[in-house]
Design a protein around this ligand. Structure first.
Ligand code: CP
Length: 307
């Protein structure tokens, strides 16, 4: 019987998302005992580069007392023709209880979860999903504003290729935020509009309306693939700079999942902005990942417990 996995945020109910945010928030003031995941073996299986997600999962796993193995992609036998299913069966036979995985192919964690007798956590798959990033972003909003419901949150940039955007849209809607997607047609097709999610092309016009603005990374390869005419054209219309910062409401915050491209989706003025919350997002990643690991392996703790 496979364990419960977190492959995207629609694996969780709204109440479970709220529970995880509350549980994670408590770790901020009161670190958990290093026994929450005692005798639980976790494998970190990352096939794509990561600084924030890999490191914060590793820190979170250590802080809850898991036994952790990091399996570099070049060291796994997938490269020798072993199937995903056989890898899953092999790891389960060694007593591995959870796999945290990142992969450039959308859907890889789903195929792993189908064959793995344990818990799979998606740490980012292709363009599809990045659920723990969305949870840490939701925690950042909740810490800032006390609640997510009713917040007006804008996401600007390469929405169509962004797993961060997809998971955030699910989470923001589940908790009742109003979502505005901002960008050019080639990075943001009209089809992405839906109930509670509107599309705006005029960045300057929408800035004063937002409580929070999430910037997304613009990958330089989008120019090579002719999705964007030039970075200069993108910057003129959608880069956050000193002038655009002044258009934001006084209480508004700016977020970015990282890594950011200085001079492309933002200028250095953003780093001096009082509402810049990147560091808080990164630190919330550790709390959220501890909460997710404990929730999947041990279930809900009535007291959002202390092991
Ligand atoms: N936000 C994020 O996923 O960053 P990394 O690619 O460094 O993990």
């Amino acid at each position: 019987m496979p364990g419960r996995s977190l492959l995207d945020l629609d694996d969780l109910t709204s109440s479970e998302i709220q529970y995880l945010l509350e549980y994670a928030r408590r770790f901020h003031d009161d670190p958990p005992p290093r026994t929450l995941l005692r005798d639980v073996t976790v494998v970190n299986l990352f096939f794509e580069a990561s600084t924030r997600t890999f490191t914060s999962f590793a820190i979170a796993e250590a802080r809850v007392g898991a036994d952790v193995v990091a399996l570099p992609p070049g060291s796994s036998s997938l490269g020798k023709g072993e199937t995903i299913a056989d890898t899953a069966i092999t790891l389960a036979a060694m007593g591995v209880r959870a796999i945290v995985t990142r992969h450039p192919e959308s859907g890889f964690p789903y195929r792993l979860a189908e064959s793995f007798d344990g818990h799979v956590i998606n740490a980012g798959d292709g363009r599809h999903a990045h659920p723990t990033q969305a949870l840490l972003d939701l925690l950042t909003l909740q810490e800032e504003f006390g609640k997510v419901a009713g917040l007006r949150v804008g996401l600007v940039g390469d929405i169509v290729h962004s797993r961060v955007a997809r998971s955030n849209i699910l989470g923001l809607r589940a908790l009742g935020a109003e979502v505005t997607l901002i960008g050019p047609h080639t990075l943001l097709p009209e089809a992405m509009a839906r109930d509670g999610v509107r599309i705006v092309r005029d960045f300057d016009a929408v800035l004063p309306e937002l409580d929070a603005l999430m910037l997304l990374r613009i990958q330089r390869e989008r120019i090579a693939s002719a999705v964007l005419p030039s970075l200069e054209d993108y910057a003129r219309n959608y880069r956050l700079d000193a002038r655009r910062l002044r258009l934001l409401a006084p209480h508004a915050i700016v977020m970015h999942p990282g890594p950011y491209n200085r001079g492309v989706e933002l200028t250095d003025d953003v780093f001096a902005f009082s509402g810049w919350r990147y560091a808080q997002q990164v630190s919330h990643g550790v709390y959220v990942r501890m909460a997710v690991l404990d929730f999947l392996v041990n279930g809900v703790r009535e007291t959002a417990g202390r092991g």
